[in-house]
Ligand binder design. Structure first.
Ligand SMILES: Cc1cc2nc3c(=O)[nH]c(=O)nc-3n(C[C@H](O)[C@H](O)[C@H](O)COP(=O)(O)OP(=O)(O)OC[C@H]3O[C@@H](n4cnc5c(N)ncnc54)[C@H](O)[C@@H]3O)c2cc1C
Length: 392
């Protein structure tokens, strides 16, 4: 829809048709962001924006110079869609309702006389000279020929869904899910479900994957940004590991164990008579601290100043290097995105035109571009659609 609007703005005389295979338009946008649509992100600079894209990042740079999150904010302003920037950088429509964005797109499409054909699944694409013929799944819709075609079919969780583009000669990066939470079926920590630790460091053992930020303990394992970022940056590697690996959690966001030791020693000096259970280092949530003491086989009744060196080391190790076995994954609030799709090697990233089929363009999640949560996935869709819509 966004690229169709761009095409019509650039070429007002063109006949523009949107073919949608289902009977409802923009259904993913409707349910996005829990029905509120996290439409973009407030990142201040392009380098900051690029950090959110494990795949596509470098190649998005040029596109973002032409159309980035700030252009999208202005695009919404110009069309009367008020938005709000949250503290975490996410941008939502002020109405807190994705329908506002949908209504804006539909009004634009109506104003620009864009034709919308629902229930029309494109299943074949043939080059006919410089033109492109589209064939449809339902036999009632006869094939149609266009001067230019933009494919925006979204992420496909299975390679089969991309075969029609692969058969044309496009390189396909195997699709695997991104943005998921970690299952820990054999770990007792799940009993602490609901606890959030605001500032953790997390890494995946034996890899370079690391992240930081809030971590939520769930009844199946771990979630929240620290975990989702790892799932996004590690989407392909973790799929190769069949989602079986170990995570190391540093609950106190302090990579230097000696600093943690100093903090604890100062604590012992200041409160020599306090019991372990009565003083939580780094103000950790109480239930988590008790769980850690149990893990270290230490009684909450024990006095801090009576701790042996070995016991102190155990506490420091649990605070900074707590290891959990992950077996399996769970989709985060159904907000999965696909890592993989049409390889950017098959796309001219200055125009979004296919390098294989003349006058064929790509935009959105069908391309091998995806990001962490925070409005970045939509922003990649808007930016690629904006460039594709120039039909250069
Ligand atoms: C539950 C959920 C919540 C999300 N929330 C957010 C969020 O708040 N912020 C954010 O940035 N990202 C979010 N995302 C990711 C974001 O929705 C996607 O990255 C984005 O929708 C991609 O846009 P797209 O146009 O490329 O694909 P889609 O939105 O998937 O649209 C593709 C359309 O093409 C149609 N189609 C597919 N094949 C054919 C065919 N052969 N012929 C005709 N039509 C076809 C589909 O029916 C669909 O309507 C969320 C994802 C999910 C699943």
């Amino acid at each position: 829809m966004f690229s169709a609007i761009r095409v019509k703005e650039n070429y007002p005389g063109a006949k523009v048709v949107v073919f949608e295979k289902t009977n409802s338009l923009l259904s993913k946008l409707k349910i996005s962001g829990g029905g509120r649509c996290n439409v973009t992100n407030g990142a201040k600079t392009i380098p900051e924006l690029l950090k959110a894209y494990p795949r596509g990042g470098k190649k998005l740079k040029k596109l973002f110079h032409q159309f980035n999150n700030h252009h999208m904010m202005k695009w919404l302003d110009d069309r009367g869609v008020a938005w709000v920037l949250q503290e975490d950088g996410c941008i939502f429509p002020k109405s807190q309702n994705s329908q506002t964005v949908i209504d804006c797109f539909l009004e634009e499409a109506y104003r620009l006389h864009i034709k919308i054909e629902k229930g029309s699944a494109v299943e074949a694409l043939k080059q006919k000279g410089d033109q492109i013929e589209l064939g449809f799944q339902n036999t009632e819709t006869s094939s149609q020929v266009f001067d230019k075609v933009i494919v925006t079919t979204g992420g496909s969780p299975q390679r089969r869904g991309l075969e029609w583009l692969e058969n044309l000669g496009h390189k396909i990066e195997n699709p695997v899910p991104s943005l998921f939470t970690f299952n820990m079926p054999h770990e007792k920590i799940t009993k602490l479900m609901g606890i959030v630790v605001e500032n953790t460091l997390v890494n995946i053992q034996g890899t370079k994957l690391k992240s930081e930020g809030p971590l939520l303990i769930t009844h199946w394992g771990m979630s929240a940004p620290a975990i989702l970022v790892l799932s996004s940056f590690g989407a392909r590697l973790l799929s190769e590991k069949d989602y079986h690996f170990k995570v190391q959690v540093n609950w106190v966001h302090e990579p230097n164990n000696e600093i943690v030791r100093q903090v604890l020693e100062e604590l012992v000096q200041q409160h020599p008579k306090k019991k372990l259970g009565n003083y939580r280092p780094y103000l950790l949530p109480e239930r988590l601290w008790y769980y850690m003491l149990e893990k270290c086989e230490l009684s909450p009744e024990k006095i801090w100043s009576e701790l042996s060196k070995k016991a102190m080391n155990k506490i420091i190790n649990t605070l900074t290097n707590d290891i959990y076995e992950v077996k399996g994954k769970t989709t985060f609030r159904d907000e999965f995105v696909t890592c993989g799709g049409v390889s950017l090697e098959s796309i001219d990233m200055n125009t979004m035109q296919s390098k294989v089929v003349k006058n064929l363009y790509f935009a959105g999640e069908v391309c091998d571009i995806d990001a962490i949560t925070g409005g970045y996935n939509f922003q990649a869709a808007w930016s690629t659609a904006y460039i594709a819509g120039q039909l250069k």
